[in-house]
Write a protein that binds this ligand. Structure first.
Ligand code: THU
Length: 132
């Protein structure tokens, strides 16, 4: 699956987002190295801090399905924003827990352009499992 197809898959998920408070739907498609695609949407809550972003929904679903650190090939994030929509900082930290620094992260914008970054680009000097 190429990045355009993965992004289309992320876009198609937006309709499933539960975002009644922000009205900001986000869809994610997470490609596994075995070719499986796992999706995620943001799931909000009236207690706003209980909201879960689409990226974390996808990662947590993958872990629930038995995937492990190193099994992740790429992630595509889609919203309705004019500019490229990047994962929030909490999601970047969660991605860093399970994904390698060179994993591609695909962002998109209103013009449906795709910006290909890596996790390392988004989270340099990540706090990981440092030796002591
Ligand atoms: N959100 C995501 O799901 N992913 C992002 O990359 C950025 C923000 C959600 C959280 C909240 O439901 C809404 O978008 C507005 O912040």
């Amino acid at each position: 699956m190429n990045k355009e197809q993965l992004m289309e898959s992320a876009r198609n998920m937006k309709g499933k987002a539960y975002a009644p408070y922000s009205k900001f739907p986000v869809g994610v498609a997470l490609l596994l190295k075995d070719g499986t695609v796992i999706h995620g949407v943001n799931v909000e809550n009236v207690s706003l801090g209980a909201t879960n972003c689409a990226e974390r929904t996808a990662i947590f679903t993958a872990i629930t399905n038995g995937y492990k650190k190193g099994d992740f090939q790429a992630i595509a994030v889609a919203g309705d924003t004019v500019d490229f929509l990047p994962p929030c900082s909490i999601c970047r930290q969660v991605l860093a827990e399970f994904c390698l620094p060179d994993m591609p992260v695909y962002l998109t914008n209103e013009k449906r352009e795709i910006l290909a970054l890596t996790l390392q680009d988004l989270l340099p000097y990540a706090f990981t499992d440092l030796e002591m």
